[in-house]
Write a protein that binds this ligand. Structure first.
Ligand SMILES: Cc1cc2nc3c(=O)[nH]c(=O)nc-3n(C[C@H](O)[C@H](O)[C@H](O)COP(=O)(O)OP(=O)(O)OC[C@H]3O[C@@H](n4cnc5c(N)ncnc54)[C@H](O)[C@@H]3O)c2cc1C
Ligand SMILES: NC(=O)c1ccc[n+]([C@@H]2O[C@H](COP(=O)([O-])OP(=O)(O)OC[C@H]3O[C@@H](n4cnc5c(N)ncnc54)[C@H](OP(=O)(O)O)[C@@H]3O)[C@@H](O)[C@H]2O)c1
Length: 449
């Protein structure tokens, strides 16, 4: 009899876990990858910026794992809604949670919830066409926008705001989103770092791209770029060097402007009924901590994009630390027969590749535990799902969605693929239907392909 493992979440962590299981196991096994969405690849599809096509092509590698004979993709199955932990432990010998980090961190300042103050998670979901985010969610009608944070997500968001819709035409951005980007009235984007350029989290390659924007001049204040980086890493020295070169570069008079600020922290978002301005305070470090200097500045922005990091959400019935906002684990082991990998295991940092070694560690732990596993009563996962009225979206259905996205791109004379918007469009592409009320999990007319 083969070992049966459920992986919850089909982002990089989930798929690298499936790959490591198939490579490392010395016993026969079968792996089901459960995913709440109809589509695999997590943030590779709904996070990686649309104009970063070479990074998105990692999906080609992940696809190879889903096509392994031992691996099955079960889309449209959500832990906590369609199945619970007890169900999975009934059906599988081991469960690996890989549900990532789906929500934004809070800044904890007044005005954070005013209309026009937006989590980067929502904005990214919007331009990536995530089915949780309606296409009409954003109207870019403010000439000035502030992006808080100087990490790589902030860089992505700034780039999407600064580029023309024409520059994004060949990407997979949904057509409705592209139309809204074309109507954007944004002229100035302020990118705000609460510490110095030497502390910024962005990587050199991503930073350099901002200096090469065809539609926006980049401005940095020389006095905000003062930093002793002689003992710093190559990455930090590179960042500071690039920023300093921008500080002395003459503006070209391009239609948009990117203003990169350092040593400024947001203290309040101001406005009557919606965002009208952002109040910043100059900062300095005191014993390694960011403290305010009492010197304030107000930016007349109509939108504030908070790109201050993602965070995981607890899964029902799974241990969760409210301190680290991760699932407590030892080398990936959570409890007997339960494991974790990816951002849910170590927090929302690291590039796609980081999840590969992380998943490999979890799988080593899981396989080492195998010898001590108690015999498990085996319920059948297919029977369980059928009894809940859930007929999963299969890998073949996903291929039909992909084919529809390629056909849409051809019909619009745009790139290789244009994302379908919304669950209904995706299900139509694979001859399935939503139940009235918009639920994914029941009332499907088709059968798994
Ligand atoms: C905006 C953004 C852009 C990025 N760009 C890059 C980049 O260009 N290059 C790079 O190397 N790294 C990039 N990263 C980092 C990279 O995306 C992450 O390292 C990686 O995606 C984390 O993998 P994960 O599998 O842990 O989480 P995720 O990729 O988030 O996958 C989690 C999956 O679990 C599913 N799920 C959630 N809850 C449930 C549930 N209850 N039941 C079933 N399924 C569930 C989700 O739908 C999702 O598919 C980016 C990150 C972000 C946020
Ligand atoms: N192209 C790529 O490779 C790519 C693209 C996107 C994302 N990613 C990866 O995905 C991960 C997540 O990226 P991320 O940008 O979301 O997170 P991040 O790298 O942790 O950056 C978060 C930024 O927000 C700032 N911040 C946090 N709290 C704040 C507050 N209260 N007020 C003001 N600023 C605040 C941080 O400043 P402090 O440093 O002062 O805390 C930091 O500048 C990273 O590992 C990233 O490299 C990679």
């Amino acid at each position: 009899m083969s070992l049966r493992v459920a992986i919850v979440g089909s982002g990089p962590a989930g798929i690298y876990t499936a790959e490591a299981l198939t490579k490392q196991a010395t016993v026969p096994l079968r792996v089901d990858v459960l995913e709440r969405l109809p589509t695999p690849y997590g943030l590779v599809r709904y996070g990686v910026a649309p104009d970063h096509t070479s990074i998105k092509s990692i999906a080609g590698y992940l696809r190879g794992v889903l096509e392994l004979p031992e691996v099955r993709f079960l889309g449209g199955v959500e832990l906590g809604k369609d199945v619970d932990v007890a169900d999975l432990l009934d059906c599988y010998d081991a469960v690996v949670y890989c549900t990532g980090a789906m929500v934004d961190r809070r800044m904890g300042i007044p005005g954070e919830d005013l209309p026009g103050s937006v989590a980067a998670t929502d904005f990214v979901n919007w331009y990536c066409g995530h089915p949780d985010m309606p296409a009409d969610r954003f109207v870019l009608d403010s000439p000035e926008v502030a992006v808080i944070g100087v990490g790589n997500v902030a860089v992505d968001v700034v780039r999407v705001l600064a580029k023309t819709a024409e520059e994004l035409r060949a990407t997979d951005v949904p057509e409705e989103v592209l139309t809204r980007l074309a109507a954007s009235e944004v002229k100035t984007v302020h990118m705000i770092g609460r510490r110095g350029p030497e502390h910024a989290k962005f990587t050199l390659k991503e930073l350099r791209e901002l200096g090469e924007l065809a539609n926006a001049d980049v401005r940095v204040r020389p006095e905000e770029c003062v930093a002793d980086v002689t003992a710093a890493s190559r990455q930090v020295r590179g960042n500071v060097e690039v920023l300093r070169s921008w500080a002395t570069r003459p503006a070209k008079g391009l239609p948009r402007r990117l203003d990169v600020r350092f040593w400024m922290r947001p203290v309040e978002i101001l406005g009557e009924g919606r965002v009208e301005a952002l109040r910043l305070e100059r900062t300095r470090l005191e014993d390694g901590r960011v403290v305010g200097t009492g010197e304030f500045e107000t930016l007349p922005v109509g939108m504030v994009l908070r790109s201050v990091g993602y965070q995981s959400v607890p899964l029902p019935g799974v241990p969760f630390s409210e301190t680290t906002m991760t699932v407590p684990n030892e080398a990936g082991r959570v409890r007997d027969r339960e494991y974790v990998a990816g951002w849910l295991k170590r927090g929302p940092t690291g590039v796609i590749g980081t999840n590969k070694s992380d998943a490999a560690e979890t799988v080593r732990t899981l396989l080492a535990d195998l010898a001590d596993l108690d015999p498990v009563r085996r319920a059948d996962p297919d029977e369980l799902l059928a009894s809940r009225g859930v007929s999963p979206i299969t890998y073949e259905h996903w291929l039909a969605i992909e084919a529809a996205e390629a056909a849409l791109a051809r019909s619009l004379d745009r790139g290789e693929r244009v994302k379908l918007l919304g669950l209904a469009a995706m299900l139509t592409a694979c001859d399935l239907e939503l139940r009235p009320g918009g639920d994914l999990e029941a009332g499907r007319t088709g059968q798994a392909g």
